[in-house]
Design a protein around this ligand. Structure first.
Ligand SMILES: C[S@@+](CC[C@H](N)C(=O)[O-])C[C@H]1O[C@@H](n2cnc3c(N)ncnc32)[C@H](O)[C@@H]1O
Length: 285
């Protein structure tokens, strides 16, 4: 069968099955299977695809129709300026999380940052994207999941950042002994009861450990906040991703523990997405 016929058929099948990115996903599958780039795909519409490759394409098409995200099928995902290895053991890096990297880039212009801690690092996408942009900074990523830490280490090697980074298992701050100028985190923040209502490609393919934020979604913020002063330097900054409706409650959790909100950022949809805190300075009389 010819490439253009397969491409049209696959895109139509995706559309019928409610996949919004039907054209893009069909193109990605063909590019992966045929080792083509975008240009090859356009210039070789009359390429005759062998039976063997058609079977391969059909199996990827079926997995996509059953809800598996393209990134999980091919075990990679673009985030900021890099392609990250991912697996069923890590959250698929989300475009809205890229906002954290922009905020950090801005902050580093005016603040002296020599080290960074990333809590719940997953694939390592936040920490490694920052380190790639700032070669004098060193970073630590922690996660409760050993399999996530293994993926983050693989990504650090893939991006040649292994000398600038280290990753280890920790239950939030329990195994952290150093102090840091900048602490970033995108913790799990979905309320437990909302998880069954998430889209199939999220609830069936992202690890529950990366999603479940406890009964009100805020358990991880409470756990992180209670011990944070021990690991943050005097003029340190904390940058947190939050759910769109959690700003007020997360601010309260941190304010009660002597942190002050410096700024709240919205994502491209205008929703509250990132909070930046500092330690409250106690005025001397
Ligand atoms: C929302 S995911 C974020 C992953 C990655 N930082 C990103 O932005 O794509 C949250 C991460 O927190 C980790 N996590 C959950 N509970 C944890 C705990 N008690 N201690 C450390 N990490 C934890 C999960 O394994 C997961 O990798």
């Amino acid at each position: 069968m010819f490439l253009n016929k397969i491409q049209k058929k696959m895109s139509k099948n995706f559309l019928i099955n409610g996949i919004e990115t039907h054209e893009l996903d069909a193109r990605i599958i063909l590019k992966e299977v045929l080792s083509f780039n975008d240009k090859d795909l356009i210039l070789n519409q009359d390429f005759l695809i062998s039976k063997n490759l058609i079977n391969k394409i059909n199996s990827f098409e079926l997995r996509r129709i059953k809800g598996e995200p393209i990134s999980k099928i091919f075990k990679k995902r673009d985030f900021y300026n890099s392609t990250f290895i991912i697996s069923e053991d890590v959250l698929d890096p989300r475009p809205e999380t890229e906002l954290i990297i922009d905020i950090v880039n801005d902050l580093i212009k005016n603040n002296h940052v020599k080290n960074i801690l990333d809590l719940g690092t997953g694939s390592g996408c936040i920490l490694l994207s920052i380190l790639k942009e700032h070669k004098t900074i060193i970073g630590t990523g922690i996660d409760l999941s050993k399999k996530a830490i293994d993926i983050a280490i693989k990504n650090s090697r893939k991006l040649s950042l292994e000398k600038q980074s280290n990753f280890f298992i920790s239950n939030w701050l329990d195994s952290i002994n150093d102090t840091y100028d900048l602490i970033v985190s995108n913790p799990p923040y979905i309320p437990s009861t909302d998880i069954e209502n998430l889209p199939m490609d999220v609830k069936n393919f992202d690890p529950i450990l990366s999603l479940d934020g406890g009964s009100d979604g805020l358990d991880c913020y409470r756990k992180i906040a209670k011990d944070l002063k021990r690991v943050i330097n005097k003029n340190g900054v904390i940058i947190l991703e939050i759910g769109y409706d959690q700003a007020y409650k997360v601010i309260k959790i941190f304010e009660l523990l002597d942190f002050i909100l410096v700024r709240k950022y919205n994502d491209i949809n205008g929703l509250d997405r990132v909070l930046v805190f500092e330690i409250k300075k106690i005025k001397k009389n």
